[in-house]
Design a protein around this ligand. Structure first.
Ligand code: ARG
Length: 575
């Protein structure tokens, strides 16, 4: 059994006391406070509902708190808040329990729950851009956290590997058969092919016709055309895999199930929607309409399942994928980590699937939306020439800058060791900057700020972790047997309470699919540790005090490391 946090034990005590007073469902609404360890706001609200004097109700709740050694003092404050302090002994006993638990108090509440998560999703023959970076990083963090909580996670890299653009790409290749340069790991050749084919398609109508016939050949399964398509997909996929390796994210080829995988299922999707009356023909196209979704002109704006020419698109594919994820992969939860600009698409897809009976009410489907990455000018991040910034260039730049930061701090570090450290810091900085803001917000891509040693950055947290490790190394393993009879200083209390909140924080992250809550937690923890370290000398302390403080260092180091790993951020022992 996982030991609950002090906050949740305390919350239970308050609830129990209130229940004895006839307030059966009082939510204590505990939060950390500057005036005490915790403040409970919930009594005030409950008393108001009961039309009773809040201070009096609060006094009764306080009087009824169990005498179990947890609460040192409970005082009614303000209009009816309760300020609660815990006993030193309870805090130290909790510290001992956490030290003996390599899970750091984190349970496995996701056991038996299958999540299918759709993320990264780059497009074949196109460069990955910052939008794909966000999806990849946020998705990777959610995967790690859900798995850490015991969940079964099925990753789906829903790559854009189908569509009319392949007609143009293949046709151009057929007409310009120069030998393909062997450049595994770069997108160069395909990006050029895309540009040239597009230009010809837009200017030469005869070529455009041949390209369209090529699409028909591809759809009809013409062997040569399909082989050419497969080659293009394979070349792009090798490139994506290389980027994933560089990023250190857990996506493999086995997780890639592109749009084309659902082709065979599309006609049945359309038939079934039509038969059930969910979709109707309008203007020759098969459409699903929604009462509350209208275009700017007030006209209903439908989800198009089948186009007028009989072709299927993005929406039909998503419906087929969703149905398969529920029916065959037995998803208990569906997550889609996709740009916020696709909110409407996902609302329509989820709604259609519910109406069709493919998405039971018990299975939540969530569009884990994210905002736009902005450039220094505050507009969507582009190169000076107005092109999308290539992901690889951005990562290379971050690692190069990180190399300077690392080299300045460690003049002795050179060669492969310096490269490795630069990678850990550079990639960590990019990921942390992305994860640390509420994902629905836009954020400014600022390589200089994300590599600052002070402030809410990945480097700061990596540094905090390395510092704890170095303290522990200097203490030479000094023993960490906690003495529960010791008296705690305020900075020590604060640190124990922060450490104890790790599991509760992860539960919040999962509830809202919000990795930034873990970032905020780790940042506060690092700051609390710094204050503790300034006020409570560790290495110069002696006896039980030294042992207790070393124990705090241990637990802080382990919590920072585990937390950063759950975000996909490396934790070197030195920085
Ligand atoms: N490939 C798409 C894009 O780059 C994103 C796909 C999102 N996933 C999905 N199941 N629709 O915009």
């Amino acid at each position: 059994m996982t030991v609950p946090s002090l906050a949740s034990s305390l919350s239970d005590s308050v609830t129990a006391s209130a229940a004895r007073l006839g307030m059966a469902d009082l939510a204590p609404q505990l939060r950390r406070s500057a005036h005490a360890d915790f403040q409970a706001d919930g009594v005030l609200a409950a008393a108001r509902t009961l039309r009773r004097n809040p201070r009096q109700v609060a006094a009764e709740v306080v009087a009824g708190l169990p005498d179990d050694g947890l609460v040192a003092s409970a005082v009614v404050a303000g209009p009816g808040f309760v300020n609660l302090d815990l006993t030193d002994r309870a805090l130290l006993a909790q510290l001992i329990r956490r030290l003996g638990d390599d899970r750091l108090g984190v349970g496995t509440p996701e056991t038996g729950v299958t999540t299918v998560i759709d993320y990264s999703q780059p497009n074949i023959a196109k460069e990955m851009h910052v939008g794909h970076l966000r999806s990849t990083i946020i998705g990777d963090a959610l995967v790690r956290i859900l798995e850490h909580l015991g969940g079964t996670v099925v990753r789906r890299n829903h790559i854009g590997d189908w569509g009319t653009q392949f007609g143009m790409l293949i046709q151009y290749q057929v007409e310009h058969p120069e030998p393909a340069p062997d450049d595994t790991g770069t997108m160069g050749r395909l990006a050029t092919l895309y540009r040239l084919a597009r230009a010809e398609f837009d200017t030469d109508s005869a070529f455009a016709d041949r390209a369209r016939r090529r699409v028909v050949a591809l759809q009809a399964g013409d062997a040569g055309t399909v082989a050419a398509w497969r080659n293009i997909v394979a070349e792009s996929t090798r490139y994506f895999t290389d980027v994933y390796d560089r990023l250190g994210v857990r996506l493999t080829d086995a997780d890639t199930v592109g749009e084309s995988a659902y082709n065979a299922a599309l006609p049945a999707i359309a038939d079934e929607l039509e038969r059930r009356g969910v979709a109707v023909t309008s203007d020759g196209a098969l459409c699903v309409f929604f009462d509350d979704l209208r275009g700017p002109d007030g006209e209903p704006s439908p989800l198009i399942v089948r186009k007028r020419d009989g072709g299927f698109g993005y929406a039909a594919t998503d419906l087929a994928a969703l149905r398969q994820r529920v029916a065959e992969l037995h998803a208990d939860r569906l997550l889609y980590v996709v740009d916020a600009r696709q909110a409407r698409h996902f609302r329509m897809v989820f709604d259609t699937a519910r109406r069709a009976g493919w998405l039971p009410a018990t299975v939540p489907a969530v569009h884990v939306a994210f905002g736009t990455v902005l450039g220094p000018d505050g507009r969507p991040f582009k190169t000076r020439a107005g092109d999308t910034v290539r992901l690889v260039d951005l990562l290379t730049e971050a690692v190069d800058r990180a190399r300077e930061v690392v080299a300045a701090k460690n003049p002795g570090l050179t060669g492969a060791a310096l490269d490795e450290r630069a990678w850990q810091v550079g990639i960590g900085a990019v990921k942390y900057a992305d994860l640390a803001t509420n994902r629905t917000r836009d954020y400014l891509y600022d390589p200089q700020r994300m590599l600052a040693l002070a402030g809410n950055t990945g480097v700061y947290l990596q540094y905090a972790h390395a510092r704890v490790r170095s303290i522990l190394a200097r203490a030479d393993g000094g023993h960490t047997t906690v003495d529960v009879t010791a008296t705690l200083e305020p900075a020590e209390r604060a640190l124990i309470l922060d450490l104890d909140a790790f599991a509760d924080t992860l539960a919040e992250v999962v509830a809202g699919h919000e990795p930034h809550r873990l970032c905020g937690y780790l940042y506060r923890l690092a700051q609390t540790f710094t204050t503790f370290y300034e006020h409570s000398p560790v290495l110069r302390a002696t006896g039980p005090q030294r042992a207790n403080r070393l124990a705090l260092c241990h637990l802080t180091g382990d919590t920072l490391r585990t937390g950063l790993h759950l975000l996909g951020i490396p934790t070197p022992d030195h920085l």
